[in-house]
Design a protein around this ligand. Structure first.
Ligand code: ADP
Ligand code: MG
Length: 729
């Protein structure tokens, strides 16, 4: 018997529900492990408190003396909560989070005067060894140093017994080595650009904050079962496994009742989130069996990105307590829906207005249309960059294959807004007659609010959809660090708003148009120019692929192809102009992502080869031998009649041999291709080779292995099967 698999199955049968500590009401515990406003008031001097507040709101610098006081307050608070260590918490380009813990403890060199120490300099700066993080060749070896620097806009928090201080990570030559630095710069750009445009409508606006509400999809599997699958452990997905007889065809999982064990996990996770100030709000089953979703109340984008990164870590840690494993991979199971992370995005003013929400007056609606149409224009202009921002080996399983959503970036806005845009397209050139203005105000711009109430989008195939008061970037993968797509989206909209303002101002100054006339004029042209990005139909259909091609939209199905847009002249110009990244930083990222891609496919290839040869083939041979014994026995007993009696067995013996041969020859061929790929000197070529030459063997090898799974005696099969993995009890 295949021991590991059956031991794991036996273990899952005895699982007990893990009791979840009952905590106080959410509103009471929320943020109690965060150095938030309430705590800062208690632990900081008024000067220090004000400095942190100003830094958060207006990006002002905190001077060293003040940092000393902030550190003192933070230390006192942390010690009062049993904290022993502190760490700079950052997001290197590996896509995950990193931390290096130091104790709050110091002595003199002779061992005397032990004290709990944490000062301003420890708060402000640390030097993790940058050489072990990806840097895309930015650092020469002789300056192999980077440092982390405190980001006061994201509050410090306590996780376990460690005080975590959110930081950026940059090289000593000033280049960003992380995901947060360019994000902060992009957020700054859009704040400036959007504030300038918002002032057309309300002079009092001083700040625009981009908002993000992510929806995290994930799978849960039993820990023992996951551990028994080498592919899940090493790659986060199953590289082989035949589909379960019952999958998601009955649609009985979506929004269905949540199994008790899972519900306990969710409760526990929510408790942790509450303590950490992550405002999670909704939880439910997703479409696939074993798939779930968690979504928070939206927040300022930098904080929301940090919270999502932290959440992905916390999810795994909490899962351990429940003997579960979280699969964040975009496509852990073949034939079952994959996971994404919708990024709901909007912009809010410091006067309390959501710029993507229609208001009560024609003027506020014109403001809405301005930001709405500019966003569409930005996505139109930079659709390839948007695609590149979400490219990864694992997300290719969604975008490049027939899964939500397609690799073509388009924008869904719904029937009613399409009509509004059509009407605006008819606005006269230049000055508007008083009648036209009145008509526009009453009938087009004035009518928006009632119109939008029924603009609930249920076209789930769109990668970028307007959903009433926000855009939803749905193509983001479930493993992604949201910083990457958010940096891109906020950068392109910032750039677009800057261009828009220049055009409007020119019409006012040079052509003598009134401000609203100028706005209508520019928007009209944008509507005409950007029609090709709007699409309301079925994103999965073949017709759309053809139509999109005619429209000149890109359709990059693989990561190496999609990533090229990151280093296009257009992209580099955008990032340099806005001061978000210089070309060295952009090129470094491109290289890192290609390298990561190649490595992931390389690992998958190795693991698949191992499993196919060390699990599947030996098992198949063992089973085949029992068949051979059986046939021999039949021959012994029945003599020449045996052939009729052993017909089925003999066919099986042959089939098994054919599949074994299939696995062997394909694995050999794959290894050959891997060798060739590894010898390529350019990382671009290497990623392409892994994509086009190595990866295609995966499906072929899998085909034979999955066939064998169906042929071989269940008792002998060593790998936990789909039907066992997918249904958590
Ligand atoms: P669904 O897309 O599943 O129908 P909702 O549309 O209700 O769900 O909301 C999904 C997410 O959108 C939530 O995480 C919510 O916080 C977020 N969201 C709502 N309004 C905004 C906004 N103005 N900016 C950013 N995110 C928002
Ligand atoms: Mg959604």
């Amino acid at each position: 018997m295949a021991t590991l698999r059956f031991q794991a199955l036996a273990e899952t049968a005895t699982r007990k529900t893990v009791l979840v500590e009952k905590l106080d009401k959410k509103s009471v515990i929320f943020g109690s492990n965060v150095f938030n406003d309430k705590t800062m008031r208690q632990y900081l001097t008024p000067d220090a408190y004000k400095a942190v507040k100003n830094a958060t709101q207006y990006g002002t610098k905190i001077d060293r003396n003040i940092a000393e006081y902030v550190a003192m307050g933070m230390k006192e608070w942390a010690l009062s909560k049993g904290v022993t260590h502190y760490t700079h918490w950052f997001q290197p380009l590996t896509g995950t989070t990193a931390e290096k813990h130091d104790a709050f403890f110091e002595t003199s060199f002779d061992g005397s005067d032990p004290v709990e120490k944490f000062g301003g300099s420890q708060l402000v700066q640390q030097e993790p060894d940058a050489s072990s993080f990806p840097n895309g060749g930015i650092r020469n070896t002789f300056e192999a140093r980077g440092y982390t620097a405190w980001d006061p806009t994201s509050p410090a928090f306590i996780y376990g017994t460690t005080l975590c201080i959110p930081t950026i990570f940059v090289s000593y030559t000033g280049e960003a080595l992380d995901n947060k630095t360019p994000l902060l710069r992009a957020l700054n750009s859009i704040d400036e650009a959007a504030t300038a445009v918002a002032k057309y409508f309300d002079k009092n606006v001083k700040k625009v904050t981009p908002t993000l509400g992510w929806e995290q999809e994930y799978f849960l599997v039993d820990k023992a079962l996951a551990t028994a699958r080498p592919d899940l452990n090493a790659t986060g997905r199953t590289l082989l496994g035949h589909t379960a007889a019952k999958g998601q065809q009955l649609d009985d999982h979506y929004f269905g009742s949540i199994p008790t064990r899972v519900l306990n996990y969710m409760r526990d996770l929510e408790n942790e989130c509450m303590l950490l100030g992550i405002p999670v709000k909704t939880r439910h089953n997703e479409v696939a069996p074993g798939q779930f979703e968690l979504a928070p109340i939206f927040e300022e984008t930098n904080l929301a990105v940090d919270h999502n990164s932290l959440l992905m870590d916390v999810m795994q840690k909490v899962a351990e307590r429940h003997d579960l494993k979280v699969l964040l991979h975009e496509k852990p199971f073949k034939g079952v829906n994959g996971s994404g992370k919708h990024n709901n995005w909007s912009m809010a003013t410091d006067t309390g207005i959501n710029l993507l929400s229609p208001g009560k007056t024609p003027m506020s609606n014109l403001q809405f249309l301005t930001f709405f149409i500019n966003t569409i224009k930005a996505v139109y202009t930079y659709e390839e960059l948007m695609r590149a921002s979400i490219a990864s080996a694992s997300n290719d399983h969604r975008l490049g294959a027939n899964e939500a959503p397609p690799a073509i970036i388009s924008v869904f806005i719904g029937d009613q807004l399409t009509k509004v845009l059509n009407e605006l397209e008819g606005v006269s050139k230049g000055k508007l007659s008083p009648e036209e203005k009145t008509d526009l105000k009453l009938n087009v711009v004035g009518k928006l609010p009632d119109v939008l109430l029924d603009n609930t989008d249920r076209n789930r195939t769109s990668p970028f959809a307007f959903t009433g008061n926000k855009f939803e970037f749905r193509a983001v993968g479930s493993t992604a660090n949201c910083a990457n797509p958010m940096t891109t989206l906020n950068a392109i909209v910032a750039k677009q708003l800057i261009d828009f303002k220049a055009e409007v101002d020119a019409l006012v100054e040079k052509k003598g148009l009134k401000k609203d006339e100028a706005i209508f004029n520019v928007l009209r042209e944008y509507i005409k120019q950007t029609k090709n990005i709007l699409f309301e139909g079925d994103g999965y259909s073949d017709d759309w692929q053809k139509e999109a091609k005619k429209r000149g939209l890109s359709n990059h199905k693989t990561t190496p192809e999609a990533l090229k847009a990151k280093v296009s002249k257009k992209a580099i110009a955008l990032f340099e102009e806005l001061g978000i990244m210089n070309h060295v930083e952009v090129e470094a990222r491109y290289e890192i992502e290609l390298e990561e891609y190649a490595k992931r496919i390389q690992i998958e290839g190795r693991v698949l080869g191992d499993i196919a040869r060390n699990h599947v083939i030996p098992t198949a041979i063992k089973y085949q031998n029992t068949l051979i014994e059986n046939v021999k026995g039949l021959k012994e007993i029945f003599g020449k009649d045996f052939e009729k009696l052993a017909k089925e067995q003999m066919t099986l013996i042959k089939e098994i041999s054919e599949h074994i041969e299939g696995i062997n020859s394909k694995t050999e061929a794959m290894i050959e291709e891997r060798k060739k790929a590894n010898n390529l000197s350019s990382v671009e070529k290497m990623a392409e080779a892994y994509c086009n030459k190595v990866k295609p063997f995966f499906e072929e090898i899998r085909y034979h292995a999955d066939k064998l799974e169906l042929l071989v005696d269940d008792e002998m099969w060593t790998l936990v099967k789909y039907r066992e993995l997918l249904f958590v009890r």
